[in-house]
Design a protein around this ligand. Structure first.
Ligand SMILES: [Zn+2]
Length: 240
């Protein structure tokens, strides 16, 4: 879809998402910025904590129930706190994707919201740098006027996908099926997508979670008191 269409459009040309949308991704690059124009379909993100469960040779995000009997917490599975989720329409594909961001970027989006409704104007998302140095920026596309996407159009775009359902914690049985790798493996691909889309699995893990992760995975990593959290993340990355 050409971007001039995108900015002036009536949205009639936009596609309908599949039952399970892709995650929004911007490739990182050391020397240049990459950017993409999106339309937000949700003003306020759904925010959850996500356990990162090692299973099936990958790390699978699973929403923390936030309750005392959360199986992820009980099993000391590392948790990535404060993950925010939005449905966005990607201007490149014209389909709905899931945008997942951590605390820092959620703050930036909140700032942007103080300038106008996210859902009323195209937003350009820009990424600079790679891995730990990645920085995201969110800006309204200049010169565009606020314009609501109709509820009908939104429903059509989103199709059968319900973000709230996607982020529903697993039942205890499902959770243990997952960590014991006895569950349906169908979830695997989906979760790998999520992992990739959010760049670094350790960015939002706090010190304790990082230490638990090292122990659980028997990594050859020593943590010193003088290490910053980022030092620890770097060590884990090098050890894996
Ligand atoms: Zn939990």
């Amino acid at each position: 879809m050409s971007s001039s269409n995108w900015l002036n459009e009536s949205y009639d040309n936009l596609g309908r998402s599949s039952d399970r949308p892709d995650f929004f991704k911007l490739e990182g690059s050391r020397n240049k910025k990459t950017s993409r124009v999106v339309r937000f379909l949700r003003e306020i993100p759904l925010v959850v904590d996500r356990h990162v469960v090692p299973a099936y040779g990958t790390r699978i995000p699973v929403t923390c129930t936030g309750e005392e009997d959360c199986p992820g917490c009980k099993e000391n599975i590392p948790v990535r706190k404060v993950r925010g989720f939005y449905e966005v329409v990607n201007s490149e594909t014209g389909t709905v994707e899931i945008l997942e961001r951590g605390r820092k970027d959620l703050r930036k989006l909140k700032m942007l919201r103080s300038e106008g409704k996210l859902t009323e104007r195209p937003v350009v998302i820009t990424r600079t740098g790679m891995k730990l140095e990645s920085e995201y920026a969110f800006d309204f596309v200049e010169g565009t006027k606020p314009k609501q996407i109709s509820e009908e159009k939104k429903a059509e775009l989103i199709g059968g996908f319900v973000l709230e359902e996607y982020l529903t914690p697993l039942s205890k049985k499902e959770f243990y099926d997952l960590i014991n790798e006895t569950g349906r493996k169908g979830r695997k691909d989906e979760k790998e997508d999520a992992e990739e889309a959010t760049g670094d699995a350790f960015d939002d893990m706090e010190r304790n979670a990082l230490k638990i992760y090292i122990k659980k995975n028997s990594l050859n990593v020593t943590v010193y008191k003088s290490d910053s959290d980022d030092d620890i993340r770097e060590k884990i990355r090098n050890a894996e």
